[in-house]
Write a protein that binds this ligand. Structure first.
Ligand code: FAD
Length: 442
């Protein structure tokens, strides 16, 4: 096998796909902008452990992870706490991000993946409409296939020719601007308030969380608008009033980062190119969890590449990845982007109303990184509960107006995903993606 596969970006998706391919004898090199010791943010992540097992990897040593605590949601008024109840067998694991990377990289290196660190990727190298490599700060690297795993603002995706129909930029309300840091813990809290998520706090478009862990108190501020340090400090001071566990000494983190919260990228492939993970917006749009989906997508991508026995790596042959990703994950994720869009257009009062009247209850808030479709949330809702929700909604015309947007777009999103072309045909795919993207606009 002498064809060369290049992975741009050593995130979860890039490393996992590279590992699966190298294990089967492919020549794979990962180009990562950071040094090895700086890989992975300085924080913990929560994700579905099936992310590891679907790759055929064992779970890390038990000392490296713990099971996640249920979250309690509050609206702006802080009056109605709604605590989720994740069944024990579906509990996600919480791990240091650096340990997730260590686990993946150990197995990738064992499989024969080559890593080039300290090597920022600048963009794709094109020959006509085919991606034939990547341009890096250290020179050009030619490849038969480029896997784009460079994250939400991937310079590969953003510099593809427009004619490929692959969306290059992230639109308004499609990403969270996030600040995250761990502060000293200054008080114990009861179980219900251990992991608090505030929806539209202070009537701001976004969320804040305050998670009181054993060693520190973890704060995340996520907004649909750009954050600066002044807003962060003001927001954290407001949070301190209601959260005695939140100290003033910053122990870890403190970065500004972005999370995609939108429908998956419409077209994932081109000749010589496939996008994965945050580059292809594979997070759960309502909560921004992306690790498990990205790892699961790695398996789907690696399988599609291996199926292409002629090693043509064209949009036609890679379309199997597109189809299978949508079938297994994307078709469920896309309609969730409509719910996110509706929530982004609600006010703090609207959310308070939904929580206090039970329209949003603990069952609805039991969304985990493994929740890949709305049916998984709503399919079991008993008829009497549905009726109660409907009655509460009927009394609030303002919310009904906003929800009608949701229902219309929800139907459009489902219709669009179900009519994705079976086979790649450029004209048909470009027509389809236009319809798909239009399902999520206001
Ligand atoms: C604050 C925060 C908290 C989160 N918490 C969770 C959580 O608890 N659970 C969960 O499931 N998900 C969480 N996510 C989302 C999760 O981080 C992503 O969905 C996931 O990491 C996607 O993996 P990826 O491989 O696609 O991309 P990334 O992890 O973004 O990896 C991209 C890689 O490419 C590299 N790179 C970027 N640009 C270049 C370049 N120009 N040249 C070379 N290399 C480059 C980066 O250094 C990085 O290594 C969180 C995200 C944030 C920001």
């Amino acid at each position: 096998m002498n064809k060369r596969i290049v992975v741009a970006g050593g995130g979860h998706g890039g490393i996992a796909t590279a590992m699966l391919l190298a294990k089967s004898g492919y020549d794979v090199t990962v180009f990562e902008k950071n040094a090895r010791e700086n890989m992975g943010h300085d924080w913990t992540d929560i994700f579905d452990k099936k992310g590891f097992t679907c790759l055929g990897l064992p779970l890390p040593d038990e000392s490296l992870y713990k099971f996640k605590h249920d979250m309690t949601f509050y609206g702006m008024s802080m009056r109605t706490p709604v605590t989720q109840h994740v069944p024990e067998d579906q509990l996600e694991i919480q791990m240091e991000r650096k340990d997730i990377y260590n686990h993946l990289i150990t197995y990738a290196e064992k499989a024969g993946v080559k890593f080039v660190y300290n090597c920022p990727v600048l963009g794709p190298v094109m020959a006509g409409s085919r991606v034939t490599g990547i341009e890096t700060e250290n020179g050009i690297e030619y490849a038969d296939l480029v896997i784009d795993a460079c994250g939400i603002h991937s310079p590969v995706r953003r510099n593809l020719p427009e004619s490929l129909g692959i969306q290059r930029e992230v639109g308004p309300y499609e990403q969270f601007y996030v600040y995250r840091a761990f502060f000293n813990k200054t008080a114990e809290v009861d179980d219900v308030n251990k992991y608090k998520v505030l929806l539209l706090p202070e009537n701001k478009k976004g969320i804040s969380w305050v998670a009181t862990e054993e060693e520190w108190t973890d704060v995340l501020i996520g907004r649909f608008h750009k954050l600066d340090m002044e807003e962060v400090e003001r927001t954290i001071n407001v949070l301190r009033k209601d959260n005695p566990s939140l100290g003033t000494e910053k122990l870890r983190g403190g970065q500004f980062v972005n999370i995609p919260v939108r429908q998956p990228l419409g077209i994932l492939v081109a000749d010589g190119y496939a996008a994965i993970g945050d580059s292809a917006f594979m997070t759960v749009p309502i909560i921004g969890s992306g690790i498990a989906n990205t790892l699961k997508a790695s398996k789907i991508l690696a399988d599609a590449i291996m199926k292409d026995t002629d090693m043509a790596y064209t949009a036609e042959t890679l379309w199997t990845y597109q189809r299978n990703f949508y079938k297994e994950l994307g078709n469920g994720l896309a309609p969730m982007a409509c719910i996110k869009m509706m929530m982004a257009h609600m006010s703090g009062d609207d959310i308070d109303y939904l929580l206090s009247t039970g329209v949003l209850n603990e069952d609805d808030m039991t969304i985990t990184a493994d929740t890949n479709s709305l049916w998984a949330i709503f399919s079991y809702v008993p008829m009497d509960v549905l009726k109660q929700k409907a009655v509460a909604l009927i009394h609030n015309r303002k919310i009904i107006r906003k929800a009608s947007f949701l229902i219309g777009n929800f139907a459009k999103a489902i219709a669009a995903t179900s009519t994705m072309p079976q086979r790649y045909n450029k004209k048909a795919v470009l027509k389809w993606v236009k319809r798909y993207n239009n399902s999520f606009t206001l």
